[in-house]
Ligand binder design. Structure first.
Ligand code: ADP
Ligand code: AMP
Length: 211
């Protein structure tokens, strides 16, 4: 799929672009439909974070006129696969740098890192994360929420076939990343088979002393 395309280069020779004093990054992880986006929207209102959703950035790049990565991204998203880190990290890096120039220094990086290489590269070339918010949700609840969302989302991957593939990718590829951060005591785990307000109360209680 990437055979004829030149992926953006990630320069790992210069170290991190920012220090943790300059920029705060909170990674937001959880299975598909676990409520990441919904809770990020609440946090943006109350804590003035900039919300960068890896999935939203990839969909915007896919639809950008002139993008050479449109069909590649469409393929990965439909199949529930992890888009190559060169594309995903370049989009995040550009956004963080542009925002920083405007004086924004606090970021919720949602749906990222979903694979170990991304976790390592991001912290190496952008900034080490502060902590990870992990929304833990049973698959049957996520499935129900995504099927409901699929009625109006227009997303190519909110259907049973893609959702099952996304669950598999999450278990096999993304859970090891969460476990790695947990082993460093960087994970705040939130149960999300409860109402939006209840989930958010838990989030607020748990992040209070970490920001
Ligand atoms: P993610 O960003 O993790 O894919 P979303 O935030 O888009 O998940 O949530 C998935 C779907 O579930 C959305 O349609 C959203 O409106 C709905 N939703 C979010 N939080 C809750 C909740 N606590 N209870 C029920 N449905 C929810
Ligand atoms: P989301 O909007 O978070 O549900 O993500 C939708 C899809 O976008 C995923 O199933 C992946 O195909 C792709 N995607 C999202 N985040 C990433 C990421 N961090 N790295 C690679 N691909 C991603």
């Amino acid at each position: 799929m990437t055979a004829n395309l030149e992926l953006p280069k990630l320069d790992t020779s210069k170290g991190a672009a920012f220090t943790s004093d300059q920029v705060t990054v909170v990674f937001v992880l959880g299975g598909p439909g676990a409520v990441k986006g919904t809770q990020c929207n609440r946090l943006v209102e109350d804590y003035h974070f900039i919300h960068l959703s890896a999935g939203d950035l990839l969909r915007a790049e896919q639809n950008r006129e002139g993008s050479q990565f449109g069909s590649l991204i469409n393929h990965y998203i439909t199949e529930g696969l992890i888009v190559p880190q060169e594309i995903t990290i370049s989009l995040l890096k550009n956004n963080i740098e542009e925002n920083y120039k405007k004086g924004n220094t606090k970021f919720l990086v949602d749906g990222f890192p979903r694979k170990m290489d991304q976790a390592i590269t991001f912290e190496e070339i952008i900034v080490p994360s502060k902590f990870v918010l992990f929304f833990d949700c049973p698959e049957d609840v996520m499935l129900e929420r995504l099927m409901e969302r699929g009625k109006t989302s227009g997303r190519v991957d909110d259907n049973v076939e893609s959702i099952k593939k996304r669950f598999k990718t999450f278990e096999e590829t993304s859970m090891p990343v969460i476990n790695m951060f947990a082993s460093k005591n960087k994970v705040i785990k939130i149960k999300c088979d409860q109402s939006v307000d209840e989930v958010y109360n838990d989030v607020q209680k748990n992040i209070k002393d970490r920001l």
